[in-house]
Design a protein around this ligand. Structure first.
Ligand SMILES: [Zn+2]
Length: 435
């Protein structure tokens, strides 16, 4: 029997991590003799949903089992979710979904919609009740959305891999001890990894900073690449366990639809022309407005996007662009820019008076319709139109992304464009998790 398990929202503000609970469960299922048909999948959902923390992720585990193993597996899964969840803490509403057989059209639809929309727990629960799935829910039951979406999102098309190593319990909450130089070296030597090191800001990006159990998360194009990279990093604290996941990280999965409408909590892709000269605020944010078919749209490049703001600030009315971003609950309909494609630049004209041919000083107007005169040379009067100079633009057409540190989990980094892949459906490598 084919069995898909979805887990979501075991996280809470005080630490805990859905992928960690999943890693423990995978080890237990492995000991029970389950056959894994895929790496566990980490599925990031619509990043604009207000009640989700930034790091939140849902996980799916896909296995083949003997029919008589089902009950034992359900028991083990429930035990693990309960043990690793902060049940009872505010904002922690874990869920476990067990689907017998492969996901049908309705569950696959939930998986797609969860990237763009705000789905209600009730509507997802109705679908689960009509299917061959069992849902185990806690708290406000909100985890059902992510758990079901993870089951339905089988990542047949573009995907990446992430090797996550976890810290032992006694070290959690302390600074992570790894050698920055080894990360820089890995970043240079293993080209099939991405978002490991921010050269511009000299920052290590593989280690989070919070109290969660993740020690490092190494992203890459293949399982071999992330494993190779992991072995290169010098870590000076014990690694509790590690596991390779297959994910929609770095795939722009939330921007697969052209949407010319702007809705709260949804990703937006909007094409139009710059309507006004962009504004730079004291906080270092840059705002611009774009006129398109669906009206005018306000966009913001916030301070953490770094040098991306310079690109936005250089835009002028008439530039043709496509913007990608999301509308948050708090932002009054302003799009938080995640990327921009500049299609065409408008001509930037500088209108000037001509210069004096004798002394090269710029001429002054001699009065309406009378041409120009020189303030130094009394004999010079010229009748000619004003000069229209084309100013060289400081931006070029093309794709622009924020600084690496401002990338979302789903943001597709430069190196992945034209490197998108299709899943070959092969079972995991021989060695893809500890011990
Ligand atoms: Zn002159």
């Amino acid at each position: 029997m084919r069995l898909h398990l979805g887990i979501d929202d075991t996280d809470s503000r005080s630490g805990g991590c859905t992928t960690h609970a999943a890693a423990v469960l995978v080890e237990k299922l492995s000991l029970l003799g389950c056959k894994f048909i895929d790496y566990p999948n980490i599925i990031r959902l619509n990043p604009n949903i207000p009640f989700k923390t930034r790091g939140n992720a849902a996980v799916a585990i896909r296995i083949d089992i003997r029919d008589d193993m089902y009950q034992e597996i359900e028991n083990v899964a429930i035990d693990t979710v309960e043990k690793f969840s902060r049940i009872g803490e505010e904002g922690t509403d874990p869920a476990l979904v067990l689907l017998r057989g492969d996901p049908g059209a309705e569950i696959r639809h939930i998986a797609r919609a969860s990237l763009y929309e705000l789905l209600s727990a009730e509507s997802v629960l109705r679908v689960i009740k009509r299917s061959s799935a069992t849902a185990v829910l806690y708290g406000a039951k909100l985890g059902i959305v992510g758990a079901t979406a993870a089951v339905g999102q089988t990542l047949k098309r573009d995907h990446t891999f992430e090797l996550i190593a976890y810290r032992t319990e006694r070290n959690r909450g302390t600074p992570r001890r790894l050698e920055k130089e080894s990360v820089m070296l890995m970043h240079r030597i293993v080209p099939e990894t991405f978002s490991s090191y921010d050269e511009e800001n000299r920052r290590v990006l593989i280690a989070p900073h919070g109290p969660d159990p993740v020690l490092v998360g190494i992203r890459g194009e293949t399982p071999r690449a992330v494993l190779h990279a992991f072995r290169m990093i010098k870590i000076h604290e014990p690694v509790e366990r590690w596991m390779i996941f297959r994910t929609n990280h770095g795939t722009d999965a939330h921007f697969q639809l052209e949407r010319q409408t702007v809705r709260a909590h949804s990703p937006t892709v909007f094409t139009g022309t710059i309507a006004r000269v962009p504004i730079r605020t004291r906080g270092g944010h840059v705002f611009c407005s774009i006129a398109g078919r669906a009206g005018e749209l306000n966009c913001a490049a916030f301070e953490p996007t770094g040098s991306f703001r310079k690109v936005i600030a250089e835009l002028i009315p008439g530039d043709k662009v496509t913007v990608f971003g999301g509308v948050h609950a708090e932002s009054n309909g302003t799009i938080n820019l995640e990327k921009i494609v500049i299609h065409n630049l408008a001509k930037s004209l500088l209108v000037r008076n001509p210069s004096c041919r004798k002394c090269t000083k710029r001429l002054k107007s001699a009065g309406r319709g009378k041409g120009f005169k020189c303030s130094r040379c009394p004999d010079v009067v010229r009748k000619q139109p004003k000069l229209r100079l084309v100013r060289t633009r400081k931006v070029e057409p093309g794709l622009y992304l924020p600084d690496l540190r401002a990338h979302r989990h789903l943001t597709k980094p430069f190196g992945r464009y034209h490197n998108e892949r299709v899943w070959d459906g092969k079972p995991p490598l021989e060695k893809w998790h500890s011990p």
